[in-house]
Design a protein around this ligand. Structure first.
Ligand code: NAP
Length: 254
């Protein structure tokens, strides 16, 4: 962040995609707690409006797969953006390659990869003007493959390499490019969305796990990165719960 005044009400500005739930909502709260004016973006405006009221932020209805809506988000943010949290995304399905649904894979790519690209491109001039930071929420799915993870691992690897390429391309310019790679985070919707609303399957993901991460654990990392001095770039932070030693080695009781 520079010490110039980035917004009319003198607060530094953050944009959080996928702010309507989970990690995004928790990060928006954490950033607001540090004095950021947070633009909360996602598709469900009712949730965003409630959050924006709570944290004195701005709700912006935005489907990141829609270029016009992304352009409107950038327009609403204006000329300065101190932090962009590329968080919107998720998994669809956990089928093996043999039977995986191509439409699910294409949709995952549209949201996690192309959508993130759209938002990053649209806001980059404002981020550079603010000497700001882009933080990508990837996943430990990008660390290594797991059974049923082909599509999701693939899109999170693509996001990781988007961050890596961008860091190289922008070297010498005043933009930090950072990545937070979470392991198992027990959020309300992530697994529910993955399994098409099947609560039993979603609950089984966390069953018997002693203390999965919660959204606030990741938000704390985002908050920390956001307030670091502008010469400090956190290339990648991998965060797992203690009970998860790898993508497939999870200690469970019972
Ligand atoms: P979540 O609660 O399901 O949050 C996903 C968010 O993305 C929602 O706010 C959703 O809002 C938004 N979103 C989905 N499609 C969108 C679109 N087309 N345009 C705009 N926003 C969209 O899941 P979460 O656990 O917080 O996950 C957040 C991020 O962390 C994701 O990128 C996920 O891949 C990653 N992650 C999660 C875990 C985990 O275990 N939970 C682990 C590693 C990484 P709307 O539906 O309102 O649009």
């Amino acid at each position: 962040m520079t010490d110039q005044q980035p917004s009319p009400d003198n607060r530094p500005t953050a944009v959080v995609t996928g702010a309507s739930s989970g990690i995004g909502a928790a990060s928006a709260r954490a950033l607001a707690g540090e004095g950021f004016k947070v633009f909360c973006a996602a598709r469900r405006l009712d949730r965003l409006t409630a959050l924006a009221e709570e944290i004195d932020g701005v709700a912006v209805e935005c489907d990141i797969t829609d270029q016009a809506q992304v352009d409107a988000l950038a327009q609403a943010v204006g000329g300065r953006c101190d932090v962009l949290l590329n968080n919107a995304g998720g998994a669809l399905g956990q089928d093996p390659i043999e039977t995986a649904d191509v439409a699910d894979w294409e949709r995952m790519y549209q949201i996690n990869v192309s959508g993130t690209l759209r938002v990053t491109q649209a806001l980059l001039p404002a981020i550079e003007a603010a000497h700001g930071a882009v933080i990508f929420i990837t996943s430990t799915a990008a660390e290594t493959a797991y059974e049923g993870g082909g599509g999701y691992c693939g899109v999170k690897v693509a996001e990781r390499y988007m961050a890596g390429s961008m860091r190289l391309e922008l070297a010498g310019r005043p933009v930090r490019v950072c990545e937070v790679s979470p392991g198992m985070v027990h959020t309300e919707e992530f697994s529910l969305v993955r399994f098409g609303g099947d609560q039993t399957k979603a609950d089984a993901v966390y069953s018997g796990v002693d203390a999965p991460l919660v959204a606030e654990d990741i938000a704390e990392a985002v908050r920390w990165i956001a307030v670091l001095p502008e010469h400090v770039n956190i290339d990648r932070l991998v965060i797992r719960p203690r009970a998860q030693a790898s993508n497939w080695k999870v200690a469970r009781s019972g």
